[in-house]
Design a protein around this ligand. Sequence first.
Ligand code: DAH
Length: 360
Amino acid sequence: MDDLTPLRQLWLDRINSATDPAAIEEVRLAALGKKGEISLKMRELGKMTPEERQTIGRSLNELRDEIDAALRARKLSLEDAALEARLAEEWLDVTLPGRPRPRGTIHPISQVTEEITEIFADMGFAVAEGPQVESDWYNFDALNIAPEHPARQEHDTFFMHREPGDDRPPHVLRTHTSPVQIRAMQDQGAPIRVIAPGRVYRMDMDQTHTPMFHQIEGLAIGRDISMAQLKWTLEEFCRAFFEVDEVELRFRASHFPFTEPSAEVDIRCSWEGGQLKVGQGDSWLEILGSGMVHPHVLRSAGINPDEWQGFAFGIGIDRLAMLKYGIPDLRAFFESDLRWLRNYGFAAGDTPSLSGGLSA
Ligand code: DAH
């Protein structure tokens, strides 16, 4: 049979001129594929005499192995070259200085909410939640605020829009966190000890009021929970929150429809040199509303007031944040001014804890 040298040269040339993996594969199929030239030649061996087969068969086998090896080698070197090219293109100078990333901070309201939550969690209060768009039954009626009650006007309520003919119950943006008391008692029954931090809304805007602000509600119901326990709880809270050893609270008789008796609570402080100091001085600062939960409120939450009683309180979070961190204008909380946030914000890793220091 004919000399295989030209054939060998032809295929080796083709292999060497292939410049990418797809071209290599094409050459492989044309040579060694089922209908490839070399494969067909090997099939012809069957028609030869045994002597021819012995010599030509061996040469063909060698040729096939050589082509196969050349294909693999070429493929490898193409892959290496591609990798080299990519590495050359994508190099990275690890000695360059890092680019500083914009650093976020924890908003003082979030920080203070976590501080307060931590303190009450330590006293056994769980966190409860309710919706910000609330039915007026939860926001008012269930809390013993009847439709004609003047408190409905005082709350400067935002009402949700209703189409004429819409007979679903009216909804409002909740004006306080007190409706969460009702939801928590309905869900969990008594005894119960919860706090409910969250956003509340009233139509009001000046240096000490914003239309959205934050409250934290507290509720403790048991068989014999008393006003004395309310006082102790609030004193413990203030000591921990303001991080002072001595605090003095003053309970002032007040009126809330959902508590009886009701008290507003002031804390002793001084304003010497414009600087607020809690625990000493001749001034009093109002910090929260509280009282013993009204029997009507217990009843509307499905709890028998002959068996259960307890206290509730509502604290303005924004107010406490201003006091603790010396922030003069409430409106700054909601302006998203980066310089303000960097100044008053807290580092992301600082989780308030009683053992590690609340605001350390
Ligand atoms: N809900 C009241 C308000 O927004 C605050 C309040 C007062 C809550 C007395 C209470 C409470 O739970 O007992 O003005």
